[in-house]
Unconditional design. Structure first.
Lengths: 553, 322
């Protein structure tokens, strides 16, 4: 479940809008689009399923949604795309009655309505599949589905009925599931299915999906999209929230773009392109390609042999993994989250103890089954940008400058006797803020108040500036806006150019493919295959699902 | 020998009863996500109110009612602090314990001037032992007779009520809509909320049930088992009940067995007071009195395997970040 939690942006998304990078002027074309908003919406049929007029919502001083207009055609798949913190989740939460709009009008089926709570949303035929599932883990599928719609004071009254209805829905939409399985033990793909069934069971006509593919394999995502198309063909309206352009292009009929709390444009999907949408999302043109120069590959700086890691419940999470990373090389580890990547990183960085395995770091051999710690690894020239910056990379309540030395705070240059030399720390933090373009440029604000991209830059600056030989980096761009993604990718390429060894773990295939020199894929703790960066997405996708076609042939 | 065993088991039932009520009270509360350290205070408050009312109105039933009312009121204070105000549930519970410990003695002294006690209750104003049908006739049947006559029969109605509450609790928790929702709220309140349920209302209902059961527990102490209220008469039963709840892994039937175990240890301690133990000699009575607590520590420290509490217990539900 850890993998699901890592995506914990959820309701807090609005906060990211506080300090957004605004270094780039919004070009004239985009301003033109803002002016047209509302009029640029595309009607799918005569009566729209949902119509929002001038919806605004703020959290304290933060305006999460600003005067939003939106028209969603009945029986269509409508995508809403925007960077993290653009206000998509907030808007959907208003539709689902989780938040209350400060102002504005909501129309469902052309009738003005209010949605004071989720109960009312359900009653009006709105169902939502949340980014982190709203499921009760120890409950069975059936119990989760009927919760809140039990059909009688005694469970047995409704259960038989629900079982029948669930089977009908499952057959109709090709969503087979065991109604008596315990939800917490199901893989995330199936948990999501339960969420969708839950909404359909309540008779939802409008289905909102918030970042549904974050936890899915490409093939699971494809299956989801097939389901969504079936739903649409049966007259349901689907609202798909995502920040992934590919999904928008693949499955939606219409797309609306949000940026910094505003609805900046709506387009027919067929009449737009990834480039245009990316530009609308960011407000400037974006390089989706990474510039990867030829670098001479040197000797191996990191060698891992026969690594086995057991988690604290005694489950084998990493099984006999061996690889090496050479100087000037980026080794990408692809895989659906939860297939041992996190445990691998934790063992290599000295955070957890491995069951067995050896690591050679800059020529020195280490037994990973012995106790090590992260500080020791750092002194040996390995630094680590952890997957989950909130849990491991940062102390959210500490100021920026304090975070900028976490783990390096014992170094003489930061100390004055037994005290911290705050002047020196602040001075260095300032230099890094400038060098890494961290916004807003202040050393005093707490880490929690920076946007995701800037938080990641704080961690990155700390781990790169100590000049390591080997850099472990997990999910470098999770929850990071496009502008910062570009920057982070370039920094990783700089490390490569300087002849460092980089081990990159990411669930974003595109990121892995564009940055890595070699790609290994993990599935269920095993390395199931190695490919070059030219490998197709389909090939990698199959590997991520545990199928090695090359080996099979 | 059989007589001794029956005597010990008989008092096991009587000593388990207040624990069992309190443990089931805690079960309802914690299953809904509200940690209740204040069981102890509620039991004490109820014991005092029950004894006082039973004396004044000369009726154990009115005593029970008064005990329940006071306990529910205390539960609502806890509910207000931890549900509506999203306060720290441990702090609120501890506050209730202190409040009850102080207030019972203070009011007792002010009203009855007997050093914080309530006046002794006459048999008619207490819950008296019931003799089950045919107990006397069957008493002479070997083995089963004494068991029926002395062990099963001859308890007051609250003892039977506490054991009847076990299957009832199980049925409510696992077989009714309310139980399903209650468990959902304790595991993942957001899931309940998005399913259109009111987390606040569900948790309040659980808290009130917790109060009612603590009321039974307190009334049992002062109006059934005892004959009046004595300062601090709950003697940590609320805490032992919490420990029992953890052993029981928040399951009603398990709860009954753990409470019986603690009751048994208690009974044994009383029985073995001042007795010679072969090979050891006379063991100080404190050793036996400490036994339930030692067992609690030892078992909690790791002999019961992993006890996973309802995931949201102790965490106030905050819907909107503002």
């Amino acid at each position: 479940m850890g993998s699901v939690l890592c995506f914990s942006w959820g309701w807090g998304n609005a906060f990211e809008t506080v300090y957004f990078e605004s270094k780039n002027e919004i070009d004239a074309q985009v301003i033109d689009l803002i002016d047209q908003k509302g009029r640029a919406t595309v009607a799918e049929s005569n009566v729209p399923a949902i119509e929002l007029i001038g919806v605004s919502k703020s959290f304290g001083p933060v305006q999460a949604n600003k005067d939003i207009d939106l028209v969603v055609g009945k029986g269509s798949i409508h995508g809403i795309i925007g960077e993290n913190g653009a206000g998509k989740s907030t808007l959907m939460s208003i539709l689902y009655g989780f938040y209350h709009a400060d102002s504005g009008t909501i129309k469902i089926d052309d009738k003005t309505t209010t949605i004071p709570d989720s109960k009312s949303a359900i009653a009006q035929g709105i169902g939502m599949v949340h980014q982190h599932f709203m499921l009760v883990d120890p409950f069975t599928v059936l119990e989760n589905v009927i919760l809140g719609a039990e059909g009688g004071a005694l469970l047995k009254d409704g259960v038989a009925n629900a079982r029948r209805e669930l089977k009908r829905l499952a057959d109709e939409y090709d969503m087979t599931i065991d109604p008596d399985a315990v939800v917490g033990e199901l893989p995330v793909g199936l948990q999501q299915r339960v969420e969708i069934l839950k909404a359909l069971y309540r008779g939802a006509d409008i289905l909102i999906l918030d970042e549904p593919t974050g936890v899915l394999t490409p093939s699971e995502a494809d299956h989801l999209f097939r389901i969504l198309r079936v739903l649409r063909d049966q007259g349901k309206t689907v609202l798909l929230i995502t920040h992934k352009l590919r999904e928008i292009m693949d499955v939606t009929d219409t797309v609306s773009v949000m940026r910094r709390g505003e609805m900046v444009a709506s387009r027919k999907t067929a009449q737009t392109s990834m480039e245009e949408l990316a530009e609308l999302m960011v407000g400037r043109s974006v390089l989706l390609e990474v510039d990867k120069p030829e670098v001479e590959v040197g000797k191996p700086l990191l060698k891992v042999e026969g690594l086995n890691v057991r988690d604290d419940r005694g489950v084998m999470r990493v099984k006999d993994v061996s690889f090496e990373v050479r100087a000037g090389e980026v080794l990408g580890i692809a895989g659906v989250s939860g297939n041992g990547q996190s445990e691998l990183l934790a063992a290599l960085s000295g955070i957890t103890r491995a069951e067995s395995g050896k690591m050679e770091l800059s020529g020195e051999s280490l037994d990973l089954s012995a106790a090590h710690n992260a500080a020791e690894m750092r002194t040996k020239g390995m630094s680590h940008v952890p997957e989950d910056r909130h849990r491991m990379g940062l102390v959210n309540k500490f100021a920026e400058y304090e975070n900028s030395i976490l783990g390096y705070h014992r170094e003489p240059k930061y100390s004055k006797g037994m005290f911290l030399n705050k002047d020196a720390i602040r001075k260095e933090a300032k230099e890094r803020i400038e060098k890494y373009d961290i916004r807003p440029p202040t050393t005093e604000m707490t880490a929690a108040k920076f946007s995701g991209g800037n938080q990641q830059k704080i961690v990155l600056a700390r781990e790169i500036e100590c000049n390591p030989d080997v850099l472990l980096i997990g999910q470098p761009t999770r929850g990071v806006d496009i502008g910062a993604i570009e920057y982070i990718h370039n920094r990783i390429m700089d490390m490569r150019a300087q002849g460092k060894a980089v081990l990159l773990v990411s669930v974003e295939l595109e990121e892995i493919r564009s940055l890595s020199d070699r790609i290994i894929v993990m599935f269920d703790g095993n390395v199931v295959g190695e490919r070059g960066p030219e490998a197709t997405e389909q090939d990698l996708g199959l590997l991520m699902a545990g199928v090695n076609q090359e080996a099979a042939e | 020998m059989l007589d001794t065993i029956i005597l010990v088991l008989d008092s096991t039932f009587r000593l388990s009863t207040p624990l069992l009520f309190a443990c089931l009270a805690g079960l309802f509360s914690e299953r809904s996500g509200i940690v209740d350290i204040g069981l102890e205070g509620k039991i004490l408050g109820a014991a005092f109110a029950a004894a006082a009312a039973a004396y004044v109105f000369q009726s154990p039933w009115i005593g029970l009612l008064a005990g329940i009312m006071v306990s529910v009121m205390l539960a609502l204070v806890h509910g207000y602090a931890s549900i509506s105000q999203r306060g720290n549930q441990v702090v609120s519970g501890v506050a209730i314990n202190f409040l009850a410990a102080g207030l019972t003695v203070l009011l007792g002294q002010a009203w009855f001037s007997q050093g914080g006690r309530t006046p002794a209750l006459s048999p008619a104003t207490r819950f008296e032992s019931l003799t089950l049908p045919f107990a006397d006739t069957l008493a002479n049947v070997p083995v089963l007779g004494p068991i029926y006559a002395n062990l099963i029969s001859g308890h007051n109605i609250l003892v039977y009520a506490s054991f009847a509450a076990v299957p009832l609790t199980w049925w409510i928790i696992f077989r009714t809509r309310f139980g399903l929702r209650l468990r959902a709220v304790g595991e993942n309140p957001s899931a309940a909320d998005t399913a259109g349920l009111s987390v606040t209302l569900l948790r309040y209902r659980a808290t009130i049930i917790c109060g009612i059961l603590c009321g039974f527990s307190g009334a049992y102490l002062s109006v059934a088992q005892g004959a009046g209220f004595i300062k601090d008469m709950s003697a940590g039963k609320g805490f032992i009940a919490l420990a029992a709840l953890i052993f029981a892994k928040w399951k009603p039937v398990n709860a009954m067995f753990t409470c019986l175990l603690f009751g048994f240890l208690d009974a044994l301690a009383i029985r073995l007071q001042g007795q010679e133990i072969p090979g050891i000699g006379e063991v100080p009575v404190q050793v036996f009195q400490a036994l339930p607590y030692v067992l609690t520590v030892v078992l909690l420290a790791g002999f019961i395997g992993r006890a996973i509490p309802p995931k949201a217990s102790g965490i106030p539900y905050v819907k909107e970040r503002t």
